[in-house]
Design a protein around this ligand. Structure first.
Ligand SMILES: [Zn+2]
Length: 176
């Protein structure tokens, strides 16, 4: 039950008493205290926008490194396994085509990513949903759950540029 609903229902219960305002204030204080006691991870970890923002900030300072999960080792780490993936997304290859991710899309349910063409042709063949092709993942991929992943797309592009630079450096060394 969210705070507003709780306060409203309390207000209704006490409608004929004088202490509606007091009761409202008490509940409010309780909710604030409860909120303040939470860790940042609890407050913001479930917020997708916050997570993406945090991931972008991390990228600026730790180019190419996977971001550690907010929940790793935390009290909250057991109940929601899809939150741990931000630290585990090491691969930039499509699990279906095994080629570099191209137009990556990420499934909302298990946060696995695929090249758009690969997953779409797989989904078309199976009328819109199929088991996640990532080994060991038990989730179902549904067309509705796929979202274009621009951040991942940038990461793959940067990774490929980095590989190119390393390769050209190797060639340079060989020529010399
Ligand atoms: Zn999956």
């Amino acid at each position: 039950m969210d705070i507003e609903t709780e306060l409203l229902s309390q207000a209704m219960r006490h409608a004929d008493a004088d202490d509606v305002a007091q009761s409202y204030e008490r509940s409010w204080k309780r909710s604030v205290t409860k909120y303040e006691k939470q860790s940042d991870a609890q407050k913001f970890g479930r917020n997708g926008q916050y997570r993406e923002f945090r991931e972008q900030v991390w990228e600026v300072n730790h180019e190419g490194e996977p971001m550690p999960s907010l929940f790793e080792g935390g009290e909250d780490s057991s109940d929601d396994d899809d939150l741990v993936v931000s630290g585990a997304r090491l691969t930039y290859k499509c699990p279906i085509s095994m080629a570099w991710l191209n137009n990556p899309v990420t499934s909302r349910t298990c946060k696995h990513s695929y090249s758009k063409d690969s997953i779409m042709s797989m989904l078309r063949a199976r009328h819109g949903s199929c088991p996640c092709p990532v080994a060991g993942c038990s989730h179902t991929v549904n067309v509705r759950d796929l979202q274009p992943d621009r951040l991942l797309e940038r990461k793959v592009a940067r990774h490929l540029r980095q590989l190119e630079i390393e390769q050209s450096q190797t060639e340079y060394t060989l020529i010399r």
